[in-house]
Design a protein around this ligand. Sequence first.
Ligand code: FA5
Ligand code: MG
Length: 345
Amino acid sequence: MQERLKELQQEALEAIQKATDLKALNEIRVSYLGKKGPITEVLKGMGKLSAEERPKMGALANEVRDIISANIEEKQQGLEAAAVEAQLASETIDVTLPGRPIQTGNHHPLTRIVEEIEDLFIGMGYTVAEGPEVEQDYYNFEALNLPKSHPARDAQDSFYITDEVLLRTQTSPVQARTMEKHDGKGPVKIICPGKVYRRDSDDATHSHQFMQIEGLVVAENIRMSDLKGTLELFAKKLFGEDREIRLRPSFFPFTEPSVEVDVSCFKCGGHGCNICKQTGWIEVLGSGMVHPNVLEMSGFDSKKYSGFAFGMGVERIAMLKYGIDDIRHFYTNDVRFLKQFQVKE
Ligand code: FA5
Ligand code: MG
């Protein structure tokens, strides 16, 4: 019996030695120390022993049990420590690794130009107005002195939705809407940035959808010289003192007299190239003195009030300012293009 117990102890200790995880160790515990285990089995034979031997054997059995369980305990601590060790190793953070750069967005170049122009005019006392992109024929044309059969309507080929509703071809309808709200009382001093739509063929300087910024000043004694001074100040602030501008007589049904403003070409400096169609100039805006008919139709007394208005192409201005040679860059969402306008905060 004594030998059997020693054998069991030996077997158990070997098994414990070999156990590689906690699950295997627990199985060993159950099989050697459990009620149905071999030690219990051996002790069942105690009845056959002499009264002298019995306590000795009992003590030995307890000793074997204690040794086995102490070994299991020790092994368990070892395995648990190793598991924690392994987990820590797998979760180690290498603080010397370079960080992953975070991709940040930036404002679209057109948004930046619009904000810059807004700031410039706000500084001169203007407020910013808005109007709908889906517009009534009345505001887009009729209220601007362009009745239904007027030939100048052809100059802005339009996207009609119904006979009376279209995508606005210009930001000028906001002039009529704003004057209407003022109920015949000046002064009016607004700019209005927004999208406009025309059935133009896309090329380097034309897009079927583009942006304009409208400007309107109506008050007593507003003269052509006020318009000229405003436009010159605007052009010099935006493009720099060295950029040349020229005013060219023009025609708009809603202004009289009318002028168009050209800025010397950013690419060839005025010698003529493919961007400026060999003219040396790029047209950036149309303007003029508000036509008396337009003032009257929107409720202003044209004997008391006069005004000037202008409408500029935002893409053309951005092209001149940043030297961009194709208007389509603004709309093709190439990040390599857009990233160049990142502002370093
Ligand atoms: C107008 O749209 C007038 N409403 C401007 C105006 C307002 C005149 C107030 C008088 C008083 P025009 O069609 O020329 O005018 O367009 C104005 C500007 O928009 C042009 O100078 C040009 O810079 C820009 N533009 C015109 N068509 C396109 C296009 N297809 N793509 C990009 N920019 C364009
Ligand atoms: Mg024009």
